[in-house]
Design a protein around this ligand. Structure first.
Ligand SMILES: *Cc1c(COP(=O)(O)O)cnc(C)c1O
Length: 420
């Protein structure tokens, strides 16, 4: 229930009126003296320094980082090559408007198109914005180029595509939609791997199908190749665009530069963000040449999209990933991580499944794992969940076998201690 506006401006209200209904319901939030909105449930840790696979907190304690800021710091913390390029750029030029040519943008885009099936790139600042651009491009292609008026995007249950109004509507998890009604029209989700439901959802208004190759937030589920064949066939038959959300899977994480490469497909559109700038906030939407004419001058834009500073981070990140053969490394180390987990935990009845692709691994457990995350932090390892019962492991792509051995030992201990 909403509070009366007047009570909000009372200076004493948030911390001292402990008997209010609000304070009883949400004591932790009512007692805070933070000036931030309480929209994040934060762990009781303050990390102040990072190097490679390791982070340090404000007490000087060291943590093995097996989450990488949720697949962002794919090159580890403070990677030298990116740091040097950013330092150079910071003395030259930070920002100019997209009303001008930006050579760094051309170079970063050329690197991305040379190393993928895409022909054109639009830069923005986040994953949600990249997906928003993909949705807009798909609609505009059908409406302006094909003159069909199609607008509907089909997505999948348990998917995650972002937090803007359009992308949370595209997201197939209801929890991100609560309290944000009305949602924009033009989205439908069907269960993953359900061909009948997918076929039934397609109609004359369908513009595109959008999916993650590994549903990450949704529980670390790689999409079955046979279902990808069904999707590509339906797209072809019905003239639909295929949009792949590579925001979490992209930039080498799964053992290929982009996860769709495992499936031998070429999406019409795909999106990147998390690992694209090694921690510098940047997103990208990439598409095939025939989509260029849908994004004519003035049709879409972003003040901060593709600044010289962001582009320095992107260029250095991509060059490093390619020079150091990090996708191959992710495949090899991912294999090692998967088999080490299998060996240590495969027979444990608490562990229901171990799955993933490359250095994107989920351990599905018999019970909620939130406590294991906290116990891990006490031991000195950081990982996160993917849904209530799944431990999500996302180490950086330079992770060593020794670090993997240490992580697997700790995780096996954590599970034994939890079960005991
Ligand atoms: C994180 C994520 C997003 C949203 O990215 P933001 O940068 O937080 O907006 C979209 N899609 C996928 C698959 C993601 O993992």
């Amino acid at each position: 229930m909403s509070k009366e506006p007047n009570t909000l401006v009372s200076e004493e209200m948030p911390s001292t009126n402990g008997s209010s209904a609000q304070a009883e319901k949400e004591p932790a939030q009512a007692q805070t003296n933070s000036s931030l909105f309480p929209n994040y449930a934060r762990y009781p840790l303050t990390l102040v320094k990072g190097q490679g696979s390791w982070l340090w907190d404000d007490q000087g304690k060291r943590y093995l980082d097996f989450m990488s800021g949720i697949a962002v710091t794919n090159l580890g913390h403070a990677p030298q090559a990116v740091a040097e390029r950013l330092k150079q750029q910071i003395d030259e030029l930070w920002h100019v408007s997209n009303l001008f040519h930006i050579p760094g943008q051309e170079r970063a885009a050329a690197l991305l198109t040379a190393n993928s099936s895409a022909d054109a790139v639009f830069f923005c600042n986040s994953g949600a914005e990249a997906n928003e651009a993909a949705i807009k491009l798909a609609r505009r292609y059908h409406q302006k180029v094909k003159q069909t008026g199609r607008y509907e995007i089909i997505t999948f249950t348990q998917s995650f595509h972002g937090r803007t109004l359009a992308t949370l509507t595209a997201t197939g998890q209801d929890k991100v939609k609560e309290g944000f009604l009305p949602l924009p029209a033009g989205f439908k989700s069907v269960p993953l791997h359900d061909q009948v439901a997918l076929e039934a959802a397609i109609n004359e208004n369908t513009a595109a199908i959008m999916l993650e190759m590994v549903q990450a937030e949704g529980g670390m589920y790689p999409v079955d190749p046979a279902f990808v064949d069904v999707i590509t066939k339906l797209c072809h038959e019905h003239g639909l665009l295929l949009i792949i959300d590579e925001v979490q899977t992209g930039m080498g994480r799964t053992g290929k530069l982009f996860a769709f490469e495992h499936y031998g497909i070429e999406p019409d559109i795909f999106t990147l963000a998390k690992g694209l700038g090694s921690g510098f906030s940047v997103g990208a939407m990439l598409g095939k040449a025939y989509l260029r004419e849908a994004f004519t001058a003035g049709s879409h834009g972003s003040t901060f999209g593709g600044t010289p500073l962001a582009m320095a981070a992107v260029q250095a990140t991509i060059e490093t990933i390619i020079d150091d053969k990090l996708p191959e490394r992710a495949a090899e180390m991912g294999d090692y991580l998967f088999h080490s987990l299998q060996k240590q935990l495969g027979d444990n009845p608490f562990v229901k499944d171990i799955r993933g692709k490359g250095l994107m691994v989920g351990i599905e457990c018999a019970e909620p794992v939130a406590e294991l995350v906290l116990a891990g932090q006490k031991k000195g390892i950081l990982f996160i969940t993917a849904g209530p019962n799944v431990i999500r492991l996302l180490p950086n792509l330079y992770v060593t076998k020794e670090e993997i051995d240490q992580a697997v030992t700790w995780i096996a201990e954590l599970i034994r201690e939890h079960v005991a």
